[in-house]
Unconditional design. Structure first.
Length: 404
């Protein structure tokens, strides 16, 4: 039997980091996915668990005997009871990961492989299988690659187990029901914990339920918006690690609790105002322009507060300066420290101001050519960095998690 799943990445319109400390955040899915295929062993003699990270050209393999020897004390599987990995189990899993000798240049993947082993053994137990992972998402760039990985993996593992009610004979994509989504979101959160340290749950929740959500202290509210927004996503290509950035903000909060408390409160207000704007009807072009201008201002204010938290970066500031030349507002998205920047492309701007759109679209189309890069500072940013120009209509992006 084979199960294939996919789960989307995300952008955060407001509230990253502050959401870890209890503030409201607004996030939406994007149409870039992580895909997982889980296939049971074809031959009786094959007694191994294989993980193939196809984009990275890495293959890992453990004998089931070795996994049992290390983890059988856990009493797995327990698919219906999402459970946190204890410090002792983290140590055991780390030993299994270390044996695989991940190349130094790709050592960041070790946490993803640990999350895989925890989710696999907890949900499937000690059965041989082959798991293949591919992704449209850049890893460690703020678009929720870790969450999409954990959600797609949990979905595949649960789809394989008897703890969710799926028509196993169905051909083609299926969508999980709400109670199954709740279960898989909880498992994905446990995987995220192994990658992020102290995640808020925002990324796995938006990847699990899809569309656009408001999220605060672990609970989500779906946002109903008829307001199409065009967002440019620029990848600075500066690598960073969400776990370290989240820990840095927490340390700053210990040093300056009152100041950071005020910063988090301000972010909470920004997210709340942003959700009201998204949900209010735009009756004509004028009110749409006003709404977009307010959104731009809120994005700029959020970016200022993210700078206060210490998670901006010179590469992010360069994108901000460049887009500002064209009167476009931007903010980092995700954990910051590099990674991706969001720019709102307003629908009602004159052509001169919007020339940045044209240039970035050109850069996107020519993204394999280097000549543009040499001739234009603007394009040198966008040439290698524009990920996708999203015609970002909340009504269109209703993709939820799908299972095949
Ligand atoms: N397709 C994948 N295969 C294996 N591991 C993955 C995959 N996608 C993500 N990961 C794991 O997640 C890590 C990146 O997660 P991280 O949280 O740092 O960044 P992100 O999720 O892309 O950005 P953000 O959390 O800011 O949205 C990788 O180093 C790896 O351990
Ligand atoms: C930085 C953060 O707020 C978002 C990362 O995409 C971390 C989290 O919410 O878990
Ligand atoms: Mg992440």
């Amino acid at each position: 039997m084979e199960v294939k799943t996919r789960a989307p990445g995300k952008i955060i319109l407001a509230g990253e980091h502050a959401v870890v400390h209890g503030s409201t955040a607004i996030a939406a899915c994007i149409d870039l996915y992580t895909y997982v295929s889980l296939r049971s062993s074809l031959s009786e003699n094959d007694d191994t668990l294989k993980l193939h990270l196809k984009d990275m050209e890495l293959e890992f393999s453990w004998s089931i005997g070795r996994i049992k020897e290390t983890l059988s004390h856990l009493g797995s599987p327990f698919p219906s009871t999402p459970t946190s990995c204890t410090i002792e189990s983290i140590r055991c899993i780390a030993a299994l990961v270390e044996e695989q000798n991940i190349p130094e240049a790709k050592i960041g993947l070790a946490t993803g492989v640990s999350a895989f082993l925890w989710l696999y053994t907890s949900i499937q137990g000690f059965k041989p299988a082959t798991v293949v992972v591919t992704s449209d998402l850049p890893l460690g760039a703020g678009l929720g690659s870790s969450a999409a990985f954990c959600v797609a993996l949990s979905a595949a593992l649960l789809g394989f187990s008897d703890s969710v009610s799926l028509d196993k004979k169905h051909q083609g994509w299926l969508t999980y029901g709400d109670s199954d989504l709740d279960l898989l979101n909880k498992w994905a959160f446990e995987g995220e914990k192994l990658i992020h340290g102290k995640p808020s749950g925002l990324d796995n929740t938006v990847s699990t339920y899809g569309k656009i959500i408001k999220f605060k202290s672990g609970s989500l509210t779906r946002i109903k918006s008829n307001m199409p927004l065009k967002m440019l996503i620029t990848n600075t290509k500066v690598g960073r690690n969400t776990k370290a950035l989240v820990a840095g903000v927490t340390e700053r909060t210990f040093r300056h609790p009152d100041v950071m408390g005020s910063v988090f409160n301000a972010v909470d207000s920004i997210s709340k105002e942003l959700s009201v704007i998204l949900e209010s009807p735009a009756l004509d072009d004028l009110s749409k322009t006003e709404k977009e201008e307010k959104l731009e201002e809120l994005m700029e204010m959020n970016q200022g507060l993210l700078q206060c938290m210490g998670v901006s970066h010179a590469s992010i500031e360069t994108v901000l300066r460049t887009t500002l030349k064209y009167k476009l507002a931007s903010k980092l998205t995700g954990a910051g420290g590099g990674g991706c920047v969001l720019t709102l492309l307003p629908s009602c701007r004159n052509s001169k101001e919007m020339s940045v759109n044209q240039q970035s679209e050109n850069a996107y189309r020519n993204s394999h050519s280097t000549c543009l890069c040499k001739h234009s500072h603007l394009c040198s940013i966008f040439l290698y960095s524009v990920l996708c120009l999203l015609d970002y209509n909340y009504q269109c992006y209703q993709e939820q998690l799908l299972i095949k």
